[in-house]
Unconditional design. Structure first.
Length: 199
């Protein structure tokens, strides 16, 4: 990946995380000639700098592939790692949307073992994850509108929420990842823990 594309990628990740101030960009991207690269990208129309914030333009955004995957990610296991790895191989930027505690309760009838902030921190630390954000309790489309992915990845057993099925723009490709590790699933792990501890 050339250095210009790499900088665009980092700016876009910072933009999603809402940490796209010029100072933070320079902190994260430590290239010796970063000011020249940023100036060149501005001149090429790939990024804009407004009020000390850096944004990827529509032309710059076309130079990178962005994928989104969502889920609870309550107890991270090898199945999660393999799925995220397979998704990352297909894109330059992999963004993960973490389900809110209240959303998990509505969908599964129980709260997650780890709260949303803890799950966000764990997923953010994973090697194949470029950026993770919390979902929105009221509008499942909000994270999609923030991330603007080229691809939405679904795990082998996932379905798109009904609330967004018909609202996904035509320019976003839905990709089902058939990454399944037999016998490894969060519900199985929770069931096994309950058996072991008599819960």
């Amino acid at each position: 990946m050339d250095i210009y594309k790499e900088v665009i990628k980092h700016v876009y990740i910072s933009q999603i995380a809402r940490e796209n101030t010029l100072d933070k960009i320079k902190e994260k991207i430590r290239y010796p000639n970063l000011d020249e690269i940023l100036e060149s990208l501005v001149n090429r129309g790939c990024i804009e700098i407004k009020n000390n914030r850096v944004f990827v333009t529509e032309d710059g955004r076309k130079l990178i592939k962005v994928g989104l995957i969502g889920g609870t990610f309550d107890i991270i296991h090898v199945g999660h790692i393999a799925t995220l790895h397979d998704a990352k191989k297909l894109v330059d930027v992999l963004a993960v949307v973490i389900a809110r505690d209240q959303t998990v309760y509505k969908n599964k009838g129980r709260y997650p073992i780890n709260n949303e902030i803890m799950r966000l921190k764990v997923v953010s630390a994973l090697k194949d994850v470029d950026v993770a954000i919390l979902g929105d309790e009221m509008d499942f489309m909000k994270p999609i509108n923030i991330i603007k992915p080229d691809y939405i990845f679904l795990g082998y057993d996932q379905e798109l929420p009904n609330a967004i099925k018909d609202r996904i723009p035509n320019n976003i490709t839905i990709v089902r990842l058939n990454t399944e590790i037999k016998g490894v699933k969060t519900t199985y792990i929770i069931r096994k823990l309950r058996e072991i501890f008599g819960l």
